[in-house]
Design a protein around this ligand. Structure first.
Ligand code: ATP
Ligand code: MG
Length: 459
């Protein structure tokens, strides 16, 4: 019995020593090791879920690091919004360690580990395309060098070289609290520079979305884009036409909901990246009224996010495309009455947009509701204002209407009336109603239906 117990203890110890040796032997020679007292990352900013995921993989004998944006944010002393983890364990091995986990993705196979409401993304170190002989189906690029599929595993050095910016190629070891730095990222973060790893042109050709990421991350983090990293962007802007719409949509969403949308859009315009991004956005931004409205909407979104409030993507995309809807509405009014013309215009705008940017259907439905409610704010007589107020989308449609007032599209007085009306008590509301101006429509009497005889005699 005692022998069995001692055996068990020694076996565990041997396993732990193996794990330490393995970790030390695999410590990459190319990396600078930056200890906690130098980088000064506050471990309390790391979520429990991230700690538990690291501990689970470490215990099983694998190398494990917090990587990417999280380390960059920790160095800037801000709380990361999510944590990504990189390891030498393959997806199936990670999946076996954590009960609540699943393997996802095709382009990149990775594992989601779920801890309550938090999900940690665990990816296996990625290898180079040119150093490994890719097994058929594991890696694929198209003729312009864009990576289409990428499931070749490699060493931590390979993984670091595959990341986009030096600031994003830092590896934090939660056990030792050291940061491994392969590309001088810590110095770049400390001096607020965003620098591409490797040759920027090649890296943009591999993945044109990196151009948008450069803009977004520099605006969000207040980093200056390094000259060589910035210089090719405007020349390569057209490469974005190749990017699948769903990826473009996800990136745009991140960009607009980063809390720095105004800054981002200004840089996008300066780099000529806005052309062909939202195909209608370039047109909107070129009309003074449209530009004023979009900028007000983005400012409003930035303010909300900075105050820690949520912001609805449907609302945002509804604002971005509103002036195109208005323009198309004018065209459609020639062929149809007011309201059906508005519906036709909405469909037309969404259809053009969908070719470039796959706005998810669930967002499209809400966008249309917000747009369709706009003419109803001009009706302030009878029962209609009460019905509008009771609509579940009233709040979003009202906020949208206020932006229309502020941008000068409709009189300010309409917004003021609705603000007062929604705050008022019910008898005050009735007193506020405007007199009916339009003649009341007479209801047509429907001819009474004769009961239809059926086989069993019931009508
Ligand atoms: P955010 O704070 O917005 O999440 P992030 O840099 O963490 O910024 P993610 O999309 O979460 O962005 O990506 C995580 C990490 O994956 C990045 O830090 C980077 O190392 C790597 N990465 C993401 N997209 C690319 C890309 N297109 N090319 C190369 N590396 C990328
Ligand atoms: Mg991230």
């Amino acid at each position: 019995m005692i022998k069995k117990f001692l055996n068990k203890v020694f076996k565990k110890r041997a396993h732990a020593i193996d794990a330490i040796n393995q970790a030390e032997n695999s410590l990459p020679s190319m990396a600078k090791v930056i200890p906690a007292k130098k980088h000064k990352i506050d471990p309390s900013l790391i979520s429990d879920a991230a700690h538990k995921t690291c501990a689970g993989l470490h215990k099983a004998g694998f190398d494990v690091y917090i990587v990417g944006g999280a380390v960059r944010d920790l160095l800037l002393n801000s709380k990361p919004k999510d944590f990504d983890i990189a390891t030498n364990a393959e997806p199936e091995e990670v999946n076996k360690i954590f009960r609540r986990s699943r393997i996802i993705g095709r382009r990149f196979r990775l594992v989601h580990v779920m801890w309550g409401r938090e999900t940690i993304e665990v990816s296996t170190f990625r290898g180079h395309h040119d150093t490994v002989n890719p097994k058929a189906g594991d890696a694929k690029t198209n003729e312009s060098g864009r990576i289409l599929r990428d499931n070749i595993f490699g060493s931590i050095e390979d993984d670091a070289a595959r990341r986009d910016f030096t600031a994003n190629a830092l590896y934090y070891n939660a056990q030792t609290q050291d940061v491994l730095d392969f590309h001088n990222g810590v110095a770049d973060v400390k001096s607020h520079v965003l620098r591409m790893i490797g040759d920027p042109v090649t890296r943009y050709k591999e993945d044109p979305v990196r151009m948008l990421r450069a803009v977004r991350l520099s605006a969000k983090l207040g980093l200056k884009i390094d000259k060589a990293t910035e210089q090719p962007i405007s020349k390569l802007a057209d490469l974005l036409h190749d990017v699948p719409p769903s990826r473009l949509f996800d990136e745009m969403l991140k960009l607009f909901l980063s809390g720095h949308a105004i800054e981002s859009i200004n840089v996008l315009r300066a780099q000529k990246l806005h052309h062909g991004l939202l195909p209608l956005l370039d047109v909107v931004l070129e009309q003074p009224m449209g530009e004023k409205f979009v900028m007000l909407a983005l400012k409003n979104t930035d303010d909300r996010i900075m105050q820690g409030k949520s912001s609805n993507p449907s609302f945002l995309f509804a604002t971005l495309l509103w002036h195109e809807v208005l323009k198309e509405w004018e065209v459609q009014k020639k062929n149809a009455p007011m309201i059906p013309a508005l519906y036709n215009a909405m469909d037309e705008v969404i259809q053009i947009q969908a070719k470039k940017l796959a706005i998810h259907n669930r967002f499209v439905a809400t966008m249309k509701e917000i747009w369709a409610m706009q003419p109803r704010f001009e009706q302030r007589a009878g029962k209609r204002p009460f019905a509008l107020l009771a609509n579940p989308r009233y709040r979003a449609a009202y906020d949208f209407m206020l932006l229309r007032c502020e941008s000068g599209e409709i009189p300010m007085e309409i917004g003021e009336w609705w603000t007062k009306f929604s705050d008022a008590k019910s008898e005050e509301r009735t007193a506020m109603l405007m007199p009916e101006t339009a003649p009341k429509r007479k209801r047509k009497r429907m001819p009474k239906k004769k009961p239809v005889a059926t086989d069993n005699g019931s009508a």
